[in-house]
Write a protein that binds this ligand. Structure first.
Ligand code: BGC
Length: 692
């Protein structure tokens, strides 16, 4: 097979003129790069995005009307991360790949693998986690699932694009250690284990050089050390000059954004200029050949030159996957008795909050999808409760930025929750106000949040509602944490619902009424307040010179909170259940540097439920400072009431090593290590030691 591909690629390449080759290394429409008709080489057709196939543009940026392009809308990246279920990563990828294939796409522009470093990044919702290990485990299945459908995945945005404002201008500085231990592992797993066929270079500079121009990132690390054999494309308009021709940038996309309506694709940096560069001896033709070889190889691998699988679209099975991911993603942050709600005793239910009745799929930037349907929280509750419960709804706030005058809406909300048998508040962030690409919202591309405070006047509303009905359940929608200090202790139950995809409302209703036992765990730390986050305390975000100096180094997320003893609002890995789990019988055995860990977990409560067993490692003593714990294993197990299961984990040298900046290599320092096993990073149930 491999040699068939090579033979085909060699043969095509040998017949191509320089102009034809260069025609393949840049875009020829917003979402395609060029082919060579004479030789039967088709265009490469790309589409966003990470959680659903984006609507059609045709050959320009204008949305096509009247075409069948409403697709399955999956829960977003943070929701997938919150499932802590790699099998669902795989199913997610399968749905996406199958639908992309059905829609005639060759490359799906996802997964988003940037590390969630600051709570303010407007695009965190597209990413998975703050932890490199969780990132790696979730992404492998995602990519395999996509690519099994003869569609290439694109691991993006390589690398360290962890904010949106000024993303095209900022320069990221970080130690080699932070790069290796935190930012690179997701991409490494995507390439080496997932077999990602494409990688997208990010907008930002890294150590003073644009990612899309960086020989260090593209040639030395990605194609060299990681052995990446696929193609590198630029983020849209991330190539800034013809410098990119000489390095491992293979396909320049999106530069037309800068050129207005009449785009001349030959004026891209890697177009006519590249031809002259070769003719003038500035770049060897073999450099262009190498890029074309990679593009042709990707085409061959996804069946562009032969038989190709057939995808499916908007099937019940795809919707069922969206539902299952949404079910497993919801995180029960706090529960002092208000949940689950019991349908029998509830004749009247009050629902408050504009987010209960807001659709999210169509906004947020490039990841927007035209959802085949989207069940809002309010619709989900109606679906579940039918006529037996009377639901009264009050918006409480309008989804409009600025200084709102919500007095009337708050009054109405208070009246609504007061007399009701039960009350649910659904608020939080939004992608946008309307279904525009990005109408200056909070969780969206090109936008960062100004702070962690609830938008749209919700702070005042939530306090008023909790005062009027202290049993009101608080549900938060959105890609990230909110400063809850003003009302957290007043609320009995708090739920993190993310952007749950097309089935999100049904999943939420099931969880609130106990039809589904929550099993989501936070894939990143929820700080009490913004200043507690290392990106905003220790480091700058960014400074006036557009420098993002990662002064916190490897101390990202819980690595910082736990090591420096900063109390978070809700810890990494945290998530409650309607049942309880007991941990017992921790066994640690080693064979050389291979360590096996096993633990017995028992569902000691009355209902079935799933638990995510988390294994952290602590180096008791080391030459370089290390976090007090690092996630090195996890498993999600479903247990009936009173059922027990013994779960085993394998740890290897990687689990105990750190990257030494000076020696420029991974080091396993002999000595004692603690293995910590628990239900969250701050709920460690069992510990054991071993010596390596
Ligand atoms: C985004 C990418 C996206 C591309 C194409 C860029 O603005 O950063 O994630 O894939 O646009 O829509």
């Amino acid at each position: 097979m491999a040699s068939d591909v090579d033979a085909k690629v060699d043969s095509l390449l040998s017949q191509m003129t320089l102009e034809e080759k260069v025609g393949m290394i840049h875009a020829n429409t917003p979402f395609t790069s060029g082919g060579v008709e004479r030789l039967g080489i088709p265009e490469l057709i790309m589409s966003d995005g990470p959680h659903g196939v984006r609507h059609e543009h045709g050959r320009d940026w204008v949305k096509d009307e009247g075409v069948y392009d409403s697709s399955t809308y999956l829960p977003v990246g943070t929701a997938l991360g919150a499932t802590w279920n790699p099998e669902l990563g795989y199913k997610f990828g399968q749905v996406l790949g199958s639908e992309a294939n059905f829609r005639g796409k060759d490359v799906i522009l996802g997964p988003g693998l940037n590390i969630i470093r600051s709570p303010l990044n407007g695009r965190n919702f597209e990413y998975i986690t703050e932890d490199p290990y969780l990132n790696s485990r979730m992404v492998v299945g995602y990519i395999k699932g996509v690519q099994e459908n003869d569609v290439a995945a694109s691991a993006k945005h390589y690398i360290a694009n962890t904010l949106e404002y000024d993303r095209e201008y900022v320069n990221v500085e970080m130690s080699d250690r932070a790069l290796r231990e935190i930012y690179l592992p997701g991409f490494k797993a995507a390439v080496q284990e997932g077999g990602a066929l494409t990688v997208m270079a990010a907008y930002n500079k890294f150590r003073g050089v644009y990612c899309a121009h960086s020989g260090f990132l593209l040639d030395e690390i990605l194609k060299g050390e990681l052995g990446f054999k696929g193609l590198v494309m630029s983020d849209w308009a991330a190539v800034k000059s013809a410098d990119a021709v000489s390095v491992g940038m293979d396909v320049e996309m999106g530069t037309d954004l800068l050129q207005g309506e009449n785009v001349d694709y030959n004026k891209f940096h890697m177009a006519d200029t590249a031809i002259s560069m070769v003719k003038n001896g500035i770049v060897a033709e073999s450099v262009i050949d190498e890029k074309v070889r990679r593009i042709l190889t990707v085409m061959a691998k996804i069946g562009k030159f032969g038989e190709r699988k057939k995808g499916e679209y908007n099937t019940k099975e795809h919707q069922a996957v969206a539902r299952r991911i949404a079910d497993e993603a919801i995180v029960l942050l706090k529960n002092e008795g208000a949940l689950p709600l019991l349908q029998e005793g509830i004749k009247t239910l009050a629902v408050v909050g504009a987010n209960a009745d807001h659709r999210h799929a169509g906004a947020g930037g490039s990841s927007q999808v035209k959802a085949y349907y989207e069940v809002t929280p309010l619709a989900g509750l109606k679906n579940l409760l039918g006529d037996k419960t009377q639901i009264s709804y009050a918006r409480g706030y309008e989804i409009v930025k600025g200084e709102p005058d919500n007095a009337e809406l708050i009054k109405e909300a208070i009246e609504t929750v007061k007399g009701a048998d039960a009350a649910i508040y659904v608020g939080g962030w939004v992608h946008g106000y309307t279904d525009q690409w990005n109408d200056n919202a909070y969780d969206a591309e090109v936008v960062d949040k100004p702070d962690m405070m609830l938008p749209f006047g919700q702070e005042e509303l939530i306090k008023a509602v909790l005062k009027a009905n202290p049993n009101t359940v608080i549900v938060l929608v959105g890609g990230g944490p909110i400063d809850m200090r003003g009302w957290k202790s007043e609320a009995k139950s708090i739920v993190q619902a993310w952007y749950g995809g097309m089935e999100g409302g049904n999943a939420l209703a099931d969880m609130l009424f106990g039809k589904v036992n929550p099993s989501g765990k936070l894939p990143f730390t929820f700080p009490e307040k913004l200043e507690d986050s290392p990106a905003h305390s220790v480091a700058q975000y960014p400074d006036e010179n557009l420098l993002i100096d990662h002064k916190e180094g490897i101390f990202v997320g819980y690595r910082y909170f736990d090591t420096y003893e900063v109390e978070p609002a809700f810890a990494f890995g945290h998530g409650l259940s309607y049942t309880t789990f007991e941990y017992s019988d921790l066994q640690i055995a080693k064979d050389g540097n291979q360590v096996s860990v096993s633990v017995t977990v028992t569902n000691s409560g009355e209902v079935a439920g799933a638990e995510v067993i988390q294994v952290y490692v602590k180096d008791q003593e080391s030459r370089l400072e290390r976090p007090v714990k690092e996630l090195k294993g996890f498993d999600k197990v479903m247990l009936d009431s009173e059922e027990s299961s013994t779960i085993s984990f394998r740890l290897n040298e990687d689990s105990f090593s750190y990257y030494d900046d000076e020696q420029r290599k991974w080091v396993l320092e002999p000595g004692k290590f603690t293995v910590l096993v628990g239900s969250s990073s701050r709920d460690i149930r069992l510990k054991g030691t071993l010596e390596l």
